[in-house]
Design a protein around this ligand. Structure first.
Ligand code: NAD
Ligand code: IPM
Ligand code: MN
Length: 369
């Protein structure tokens, strides 16, 4: 078996977009005579409804036995009244914790062809190429204590969460981020709130210590509020952006503005027992089931599986090149066709998946290879 992949498609547009990613991975396996296996398990809202829990035991067991997990998205409006530990999102957080990956890589690349779709000026965004390295197992998401005292004292309730990091948690992530920066443009921007938070002061001090191990990488620090602005003003100024869990969640969605759509962003989580792969976007209840979802984020996530779990760099690059080619040819899902649509062909989720699949096939069968 070359690659054993568990697909947890989840809710909303999750099954629509992972379906396209899987069909491309299957095509690649067939073309290269490789043995990829795909199993499917429930997670999120669909698991709450069918199994009574957002992360059923058999899903977790299958995930731990696989080489890679591809997750679609979890969540739905019908679960909004549930407490955090009962919601679909809890299933994803439990899965992340169990798989142990702490380094969430979120590349945000502005394809020149999509610059027109960004509300930012083309000369500001075109060619921007940022790799967010988001801490995924700590901070406010997992810090203790957390809770909600619903008693009538304090005027009807008090709730709290804790942003907590150890030096070791920051250092192990920073080492991954610096190593990645070394192979890219050798610039690392660490984002924190060290003007207010002790946890950010520890973060900054630890990043500076790790920086000494990587003298070839230029390091700078930004406060998260200013960074939110700089990212929009001069996205091409950034290479690797290292940050904690919640800041990374927010900044990576913000970077969707640079890439043209949230539906363009892939991610890979490494450093644990089994790597977890997810497009950055959520279940998009507003467009679910209509064939409107952009599958390119999920398809590019498939490329990351091949690169980080399969060691198949050429095949990963072929997917990325195919996405670029399809965009060059003017094919778009509706989220990518908001500006000037002259000369563009708007496709459904499945049609876009099929275009990329055909193009990957052409690339891999091309005589020059
Ligand atoms: P969302 O990412 O689902 O959607 C935000 C906006 O972007 C929506 O207008 C949506 O239509 C659009 N969008 C997202 N992905 C798209 C795609 N592939 N193609 C075209 N348009 C796309 O965020 P939300 O609406 O804030 O959250 C909806 C649910 O998803 C919530 O329950 C949230 O907790 C969950 N969520 C899950 C994940 C995950 O499972 N990894 C990530 C983020 C949000
Ligand atoms: C993401 C999502 C998740 C997160 C939620 C659904 C738990 O927003 O992957 O960006 O906050 O990490
Ligand atoms: Mn998010």
């Amino acid at each position: 078996m070359d690659l054993k992949i568990l697909v947890t498609a989840g809710d909303g547009i999750g099954p629509e977009v992972t379906g396209e990613a899987v069909s491309i991975l299957k095509e690649i396996a067939e073309l290269g005579g490789r043995d990829f296996s795909f199993a499917e398990k429930r997670i999120g809202g669909v698991a709450i409804v069918n199994d009574g829990a957002p992360l059923p035991a058999d899903t977790l067991a299958a995930a731990l036995e696989s080489d890679a997990v591809l997750l679609g998205a979890v969540g739905g409006n019908e679960f909004n009244a549930l407490p955090p530990d009962k919601r679909p999102e809890a299933g994803l957080l439990q899965l992340r914790a169990a798989l142990g990956g702490f380094a969430n890589l979120r590349p945000a690349f502005a394809f020149k062809e999509l610059a027109i779709n960004s509300p930012l000026r083309e000369e500001v965004v075109a060619g921007a190429d940022i790799l967010f390295v988001r801490e995924l197992l700590g901070g406010l998401y997992f810090g203790q204590p957390r809770g909600w005292n619903k008693s009538e004292e304090n005027g009807g309730g008090e709730a709290w969460n804790t942003m907590r990091y150890t030096r070791g948690e920051v250092a192990r992530l920073a080492r991954i981020a610096f190593s990645l920066a070394q192979k890219r443009r050798r610039k690392l921007t660490s984002v924190d709130k060290a003007n207010v938070l002790e946890v950010s002061q520890l973060w900054r001090a630890t990043v500076n210590e790790v920086a000494m191990e990587f003298p070839g990488v230029q390091v700078e620090h930004q406060y998260v509020d200013a960074m939110a602005m700089h990212l929009m003003n001069q996205p091409r100024n950034y290479d690797v952006v290292l940050t904690e869990n919640l800041f990374g969640d927010i900044l990576s969605d913000e970077s969707a503005v640079i890439t043209g759509s949230l539906g363009m962003l892939p991610s890979a989580t490494i450093g644990g027992k089994v790597n977890l792969y997810e497009p950055v976007h959520g279940s998009a209840p507003d467009i679910a089931g209509k064939g409107l979802a952009n599958p390119l984020g999920a398809i590019l996530t498939g490329a990351l599986i091949l690169r980080h779990s399969g060691g198949l760099e050429a095949e990963a690059a072929a997917i990325e090149a195919a996405v670029r080619k399809v965009l060059e040819q003017g094919y778009r899902t509706p989220d990518l066709a908001r500006g000037n649509t002259a000369g563009l062909t708007v496709l459904s989720t499945k049609e876009m998946g099929a275009k990329v699949r055909e193009t990957v096939k052409e690339q891999l069968l091309a005589p020059s290879r």
